[in-house]
Design a protein around this ligand. Sequence first.
Ligand SMILES: Nc1ncnc2c1ncn2[C@@H]1O[C@H](COP(=O)(O)OP(=O)(O)OP(=O)(O)O)[C@@H](O)[C@H]1O
Ligand SMILES: [Mg+2]
Length: 473
Amino acid sequence: MIFARDKTKPRAGTEDTRMDQMTDSASIRRNFGLWQRPPANQEPASPVASLPRFAVDATDDPGDFPGAPGARGDDQIARARVVLADMLAASQPAMASSRFAGRREAFQNLISAIEQQRAHVVLYGDRGIGKTSLIHVFAEAARDAQYLFFYGSCGVESRFDEMFRAFLAEIPLLYHASISPTADENEHSRSFADLLGDQRLDPRQLAGLLSEVVGTRIIFVLDEYDRVADIEFRRDIAELIKNLSDRAARVQLVLTGVGSNLDELIGFTPSIRRNIVGIPLGPMPDSEIMEILERAETASGIIFSTDAKGQIVRMAAGSPYYARLLGGRAAGRALDAGRMEITEHDVTAGTEAVLAEWNAGLPRRVQATLARPEVRAAWPVLIAASRLTGTPDEWFSAADIAAETGRAPQEIDRLLTGFTGEINLFERSAPVITGPAPAPAAAVVAPEPRFRFRTQGVAQLLGLSAALARAGK
Ligand SMILES: Nc1ncnc2c1ncn2[C@@H]1O[C@H](COP(=O)(O)OP(=O)(O)OP(=O)(O)O)[C@@H](O)[C@H]1O
Ligand SMILES: [Mg+2]
């Protein structure tokens, strides 16, 4: 379709000419609102000038700002923005030890499990508790100690064959027992993947190949293992762990994922229990949450007031994700206002802005439901439910919530069931099988009905609004 051009509007690039001809015309004044002819020596304002701009360039580095870190004024603010984008970005794992706070015990346990116990490791904990960050910083330490370290992130579609072929392609053949260290040039460019045929890679064959590794040790990390839906993949991993252990291969696996216990993540697999060390990652102590904020202060030059820090620590309740999210938003508000000091008010206003965004991201029907008086009246129960929901599809029972709130299970059951029909906040399921694949035989059959939030994001919203209420106390 061809649109006829609005003749009252200038064609791009022709404004000057048209304005020169028609400056005094009444119609042009109407059409261009407050537009005034600029003085002869001044360019007309670009329409882009009034739109928001990026505060710093993508190429900017903290060191680029004059006098850093003692810079003053705009430079100081711009530098703080660049630094905080690294130190307090909640959407990214802490990729380097300089941005990583606390977790010394878990770190030590991870090293001991690999180095002394020669075990395979399962690292598990709630969403956003810091599993991927710990793994990235652990990778630094392992590479420093000359381990070959490989990181893979699992997805619903992950395939055993594909994932390990990709890893093998990165392992130089020089580490194979059959290759002499003085081998010729040709051997330098080859990898373990060159020893594979076209047939599907199975765990026994892979363990056989990996048991030939000499001259180094290898760590494979499979992050987000909870997302693997393929039962066969999980079975193959268990088989690989068993075979690597039996052959005392110089190769260890680290599986990480969301779960509140070991079984939840790897299912019931007695054959490999002896070969695995489980490392739980729980909430961070307040002192470590404080360390996240203090590192951001030291690196960027901003200062959180004592009250602001206290408020963030209370709201975070051990979650490094919340510490970064709320700290980062509060700092962003202060910097926008040209201040390097962050007050309690910035923290509250920043948190309210996050809540408003999250709420706006929910379907309208759910937003309306959350505002209903009967739902508001049940807020403490809903918040307890949100605390019990580590993953969006996690089920909980009325008894779980009764234990959290000190109310009778029957009362909770009635209340939650009342929110399943027209209100439709929860899904209710009569005895359900819990525990992930691959071992249905080992799954636990829950004797009572279970519930879960129907809409993703509601539990998260409730969690943060509870945190804000907590901080106000
Ligand atoms: N020790 C830490 N020091 C500083 N920041 C941390 C630390 N641990 C985690 N964070 C921050 O918390 C947030 C969540 O961390 P991370 O992504 O590592 O969690 P996760 O457990 O892997 O989450 P998920 O379950 O979603 O995969 C990120 O913003 C990360 O930068
Ligand atoms: Mg992660």
